[in-house]
Every structure is written in C-alpha cells, then in structure tokens.
Design a protein around this ligand. Sequence first.
Ligand SMILES: [Zn+2]
Length: 281
Amino acid sequence: MNTLTKSILKISFATAMLGASFAFAAEEDCLPQQDFDLILSKIRVEQKDDNGQVVKTFDQQDRCDKDDFKRWAGAVNFLFKLPRFTDIPSRFQSPVSKEGSASFLTKRIQLMQMETLTMDSCAEGASAYVTKSEVSERKMHLCPIRKNAGTPLTLGSLLLHEARHIEGYSHVHCAKGPQSELSLPACDETYQEQGSYGIGAALFFYVYKGTKNEVLKQEARSMAITASLSTFNKPPLDIKEGALILGEDSKISFYDGQETFIGELEDDVSLILIDQTTPYA
Ligand SMILES: [Zn+2]
C-alpha cells in the first residue's frame, strides 16, 4: 500500500470515527425512548404561534428537540423518574410525597401548551401559568425559558406549583422581603396550607430528605432554604426568624428578640455542622 492510499484511509477512518461520535452525542441529547413514550402517553404537548394558534403537537420526532421543549420535557421526566422515597419523616410529608411527584402532576395536568413571548403572561415575566377558565381542560401554559434559567429540579417544582393552581389555590401579598414591593400577590400565608408555593417547596424537602445523590440533595437543600425564607408570610416548619451572633468569646447565639446560646466555635467543624443541618437535620 503506498503512502497516499494510507493517508486517504486514515482520513476516511477519522471521518468515520467523527461521524460515530457525533451520532453518539446526538443520542445522548435525546430523552430515552421509554421515558419519552411515557411522558407523551400522559400529557399532550402543543406549540402555539405568536397569534395564539396551535401549530403543532409534539410527537416522536421531537424526542431529540434542542429547544424549550427539551427543557420542559426534561423537567417532566425528572418528576416521572424521581423514586418514591419511603423513609420521609412525617413532618416532611406532603401531597407530593403521598401521591408521588409524577402522579401529582398528571392527576391535575393533561395538556401543556408552549407559548411564545407575545403571550401577555409570558411577556410579563411568567415562566408558566394556568387560567381559571381552562381548569376543566387541565391545561398548563409554558413560556419560553430564559437562557440557562432553571434546572430539572427547579422547573419540576414550578410545574407542581402551577398544577396546584388548577385546584383553585391562589396567592396573597408578601408581608416582607423584596417580593412585598410587588403589586401582585406573590406569597402564600403558610407552608402548612400546601398551596402552590407550599407544593413547590414540598418537592424540595422531599428530594432533600429522600435522595442519595449528593449533588441533587445539596441543590434541593439550597432551594428549600430559599423557598422557606422568601415565599411564605409565616416561616414553615418551626423556622424562627433571627440572626446568628458570634461573640468575641467564640460563643454562638441565636437572636430573635432574645438571645439563645447555641454553642461554642472551637474549630471549623462547628461551622460545618451548622451549615449542614440547615434547614433541618
Ligand atoms: Zn402561583
């Protein structure tokens, strides 16, 4: 074999390898067939145009979609694939833990419509919404996702939040925090009533207490703290509002109008302990 033939062969081989790796990467971007089939068997997903007309129903050809459908379908898939954790402590149980995240969604929602930014609610900043007049259709509207906004966990929580609205749960004005400046009601009075924010937060607690995946657990923990502090007028699950004080004598106290001694800061371990047990051990 002469040198030229060898080079051509090498190039052909490299091209074949490149082709193969592209094909592999593309399949990796797709939702697994079985998962995708299950989603479409439970929820119809439609695309609307700028005039609000339905222009397409998502089907098998969209399994490898790269746009918003992929992100929303990924969030639905996250809820579908989340294991039924059976060891959730009673104080963290909720309709999400009792019904299961997938059933919670599909009992309330059977149609999702992807909107464009011309739809008023989307243009005003909503990520997803339901309307009272469409309750019987069990329909949810999904807005275009802002770049890099949301993970399967946070988008999944949002889906459950909106699904809860189908049952008539609404919001009240926030009594404190940056959201209190808004003219729209953007809080729930309590976590315990398990309204839309309560259900959204319940998913974070459920994942935080249930998953063995450390990365997901930490994300859920962080989101549980954020949701607990920003979306309820009364802090949930015995959370007390106040501040940690570190005195010059290395003693740590909690101050909420009165000072309660917590412990002594002897080394870094104390700090880690406090961090890891927030919001709940
Ligand atoms: Zn809401």
